[in-house]
Design a protein. Structure first.
Length: 564
């Protein structure tokens, strides 16, 4: 009798319980490049729509410039063409009308922006949407026992297909994507994204899903010429090291945390050496504006960093050969008489021999001890209340203890020909501060201190003292292979002074260059365009990234700390 009562109770509870929501990746056809998922997409959209960041950015010079870019124009064309196919041009309000809770979007083609969108939405809400209102303009098809609507624009050949079934809206830019999704929902044995290896490997390495999850088919993405053309990071060679990746974003206490996991591609080179930068990360003072700690075993790279940052800074002379030169207008001036004096068969000047000797001297002492990791710390400050200076500290983690006399000799040689003639005027003095520093004075200043396997080098004694004061600080418990951070709130005022000077702008240093006057033409690049983006992100206090290796998985955590 007790067993019968229990079975009856269990059956009643089972009938009253809502069946678990299906995993949306099982309903998406296989072969996507990117898969985006959210447990409450409508909530995220409403938060964005009401945010001050959105309002400020849309009014900024940065957005004004972006809205006139080639990429924006192409996206606008695609947007308009799909609007023609749908019979109306959707705005954010109409998109909110078809945004439900559990939602996913899979991208299948970059050039034509081919995608499939699924969203759990109440039928009564969908019936109020603009998409449902124009359904009579569509023809009907059927797949998986469900009818769906289809419309193709004759001019652009763009297609919009949609349907509503089992509490889900399905919206796609290809009829076959909607048809395959309906077949998957009907239980037919087709392949879904959830069965793709890149999706399975990436999600298996990820933590719990956040408010927004992006799963990346990196192996297929890098094969696309459109990805390589429009990917702003220009680091396809780095992306090729990984076959798949996943990023989860979550918000807590007003801050944003992004957790990433990347799966190493088979036989892909991973040049980063073994070790940890956690001990170096502990040396970063709280007042530093920018820092980067990384594993480094190449003495040439380490020497180049010291020379570039502390001894002989020079502008970068790089040229991107992937872009053709700009076309010359027909009515433009194609030259002048002065060009007749230009020697086109003349060999370029050789590199400065002093710079080569400087690099060789520093590299020799680094090779003698060996290097395993390095830390770069920078902070901006006002000099004489007017000019902005950006002193740096470089810390080498050696393979053994550093030879104090050998370091002195190397820096004397490195700075001698660059700071003075015949190495006169560049002499060593002892800094009486605590802890004691060795100072090389000439046309510039170089100070260093060695503490066992750590070598501290800087062009500013005060900043170096703040780093040395962190010696002995507890390192993070995690063994990081890379760490970096930028304190936006601390540095932006000085950075804006520099950007204003670069543009020869008369704008005040406090710079409220947030709004753009498009009638006056393009805003100044640094003091207008870039500075306005900094103002739009005024709530961002600090952003940091850490990286660690877990077998063939690279885990990154990016934290965006906001001001309260």
């Amino acid at each position: 009798m007790i067993l019968a009562v229990l079975l009856t109770a269990v059956g009643y509870v089972y009938l009253q319980t809502t069946p678990p929501a299906p995993k949306l990746a099982t309903l998406m056809p296989s072969g996507a490049l990117l898969y985006l998922e959210s447990p409450d997409f409508a909530h995220l959209l409403r938060d964005w729509d009401a945010s001050k960041v959105k309002a400020d950015w849309l009014q900024s010079a940065n957005y004004s410039v972006f809205s006139r870019s080639n990429l924006f124009a192409k996206l606008q064309d695609v947007y308009g063409q799909y609007g023609q196919a749908a019979g109306y041009l959707p705005d954010l309000d109409s998109i909110l009308g078809i945004a439900g809770t559990q939602s996913a979007l899979a991208l299948y083609g970059i050039r034509d922006v081919e995608f499939l969108y699924l969203s759990r939405i109440r039928e009564s809400d969908f019936m109020k949407s603009q998409l449902w209102a124009v359904r009579n303009r569509f023809e009907q098809r059927e797949a998986g026992g469900v009818s769906f609507y289809l419309r193709t624009d004759a001019a652009s050949k763009r297609t919009v297909a949609f349907t509503f079934t089992r509490g889900f809206l399905l919206l796609g830019t290809r009829d076959d994507l909607v048809a395959q999704a309906l077949e998957l929902m009907a239980g037919e044995k087709n392949s879904g994204i959830a069965s793709d290896r890149w999706y399975r490997d990436a999600t298996a390495a990820a933590s719990n899903p956040g408010e927004l999850r992006l799963v990346m088919n990196l192996e297929s993405l890098v094969k696309s010429v459109y990805f390589r053309s429009y990917w702003i990071q220009r680091n396809a060679a780095v992306v090729r090291r990984y076959s798949a990746g996943v990023a989860d974003i979550a918000r807590a206490d007003g801050n944003i945390t992004e957790r990433r996991a990347f799966i190493g591609a088979p036989d892909a080179p991973h040049p980063q050496g073994e070790g940890s930068v956690s001990d170096l990360l502990a040396l970063v003072p709280p007042g530093a504006g920018l820092y980067k700690a990384s594993l480094e075993s190449d003495s040439g790279n380490a020497a180049a960093l010291v020379v570039q940052k502390l001894i002989a800074p020079e502008p970068q002379r790089t040229r991107d050969e992937r872009y053709a030169p700009a076309a010359v207008t027909v009515d433009g001036t194609n030259g002048s008489e002065g060009d007749l004096e230009t020697r086109i068969d003349e060999q370029p000047l050789p590199p400065d021999p002093g710079l080569s000797d400087s690099l060789a001297a520093v590299r020799a002492v680094v090779e003698k001890t060996g290097v395993r990791g390095l830390l770069l710390v920078q902070s901006s400050s006002l000099a004489s209340g007017t000019f902005v200076q950006t002193p740096s500290v470089v810390v080498f983690q050696g393979g053994g203890n550093w030879d104090h006399d050998a370091v002195r000799t190397a820096f004397t040689t490195a700075a001698g020909k660059l700071w003075s003639t015949s190495q006169l005027g560049a002499g060593w003095t002892t800094d009486g501060s605590a802890p004691q520093l060795d100072r090389l004075d000439g046309l510039a200043t170089l100070v260093f201190a060695n503490r066992g396997s750590l070598l501290f080098i800087s062009n500013d004694a005060r900043l170096l003292q703040s780093v040395l004061a962190r010696s002995g600080a507890a390192a993070p418990g995690t063994s990081y292979t890379y760490a970096a951070g930028f304190r936006h709130a601390l540095e932006f005022a000085n950075y804006e002074r520099v950007m204003t000077a670069l543009d020869f702008s008369s704008a005040p240093a406090t710079g409220q260059i947030l709004f753009s006057d498009t009638s006056a033409g393009a805003p100044a690049f640094f003091s207008g365009n870039i500075a306005s983006l900094g103002h739009a992100l005024a709530k961002l206090n600090e952003v940091s990234v850490t990286e660690e290796k877990r077998g063939d998985v690279t885990v990154q955590i990016v934290k965006y700390q906001m001001t309260r």
